[in-house]
Design a protein around this ligand. Structure first.
Ligand SMILES: [Zn+2]
Length: 210
């Protein structure tokens, strides 16, 4: 007497084997799927695998440089004073000094304190030939009293230590002073003390400051 196959009538042991076989088939199918997907990914041309590079890192915002160098080698003769006025021999009056003066011979090299972009090259009515560099993160460095012939132009990208020009005597405001670089740093548009951000190592090496 022939009996039709009926799953329900199979012994428990056989049912378990069936269930296991189906489970193994499913797992194998999933594994094969994952492996082939991974292989496909590997086969893509490398340029399609590279995420788009945004200037200055994530979010498109430039990262703040961590180390700022001294802009010139010399002696800091006039310090920054937003509050306490400094006497100007040229003008014969006491004025606040928005930057620092680094006494150094005419022709001495002036270098960028960090990576950035040259935003302005112009003759300031008081401070003379001036170069401004935007370092991102709202930090701008300003180099004044340069020789007329500067080494960079607006839009140039600079690295830490890129030569910007040389010290000149183009400042009207500080004409009577010895040859020097008038140097300012602005944070969110406000002048801050440049000595507060230049690295201790660089101050020691370039200004002889301990
Ligand atoms: Zn000055």
């Amino acid at each position: 007497m022939e009996k039709k196959f009926s799953f329900a009538e199979q012994p428990k042991r056989v049912k378990i084997i069936y269930a296991l076989a189906i489970a193994i088939l499913c797992i194998t199918a999933i594994v094969i799927g994952l492996v082939s997907a991974a292989q496909q990914k590997d086969e893509l041309p490398p340029e399609n695998n590279t995420p788009p590079v945004t200037e200055g890192g994530e979010g498109g915002e430039a990262e703040k440089p961590t180390v700022y160098l001294a802009p010139a080698v010399g002696t800091v003769t006039v310090t920054h004073s937003n509050d306490a006025p400094v006497f100007s021999p040229t003008l014969g009056e006491w004025r606040i000094h928005t930057g620092i003066d680094i006494a150094t011979p005419e022709g001495a090299e002036v270098r960028s304190i960090a990576a950035g972009k040259v935003t302005k090259v112009y003759t300031h009515p008081m401070h003379g030939m001036t170069v401004e560099i935007d370092h991102g993160a709202d930090v701008v460095s300003v180099y004044s009293n340069l020789a007329t012939k500067v080494a960079v132009k607006e839009g140039d990208t600079v690295k830490p230590g890129t030569k910007l020009g040389t010290v000149g005597d183009t400042s009207v405001k500080e004409l009577a002073d010895e040859p020097h670089l008038h140097f300012e740093v602005r944070l969110k548009g406000a002048c801050i003390d440049p000595l507060g951000i230049i690295s201790e190592e660089s101050k020691k090496a370039s200004f002889g400051m301990e």
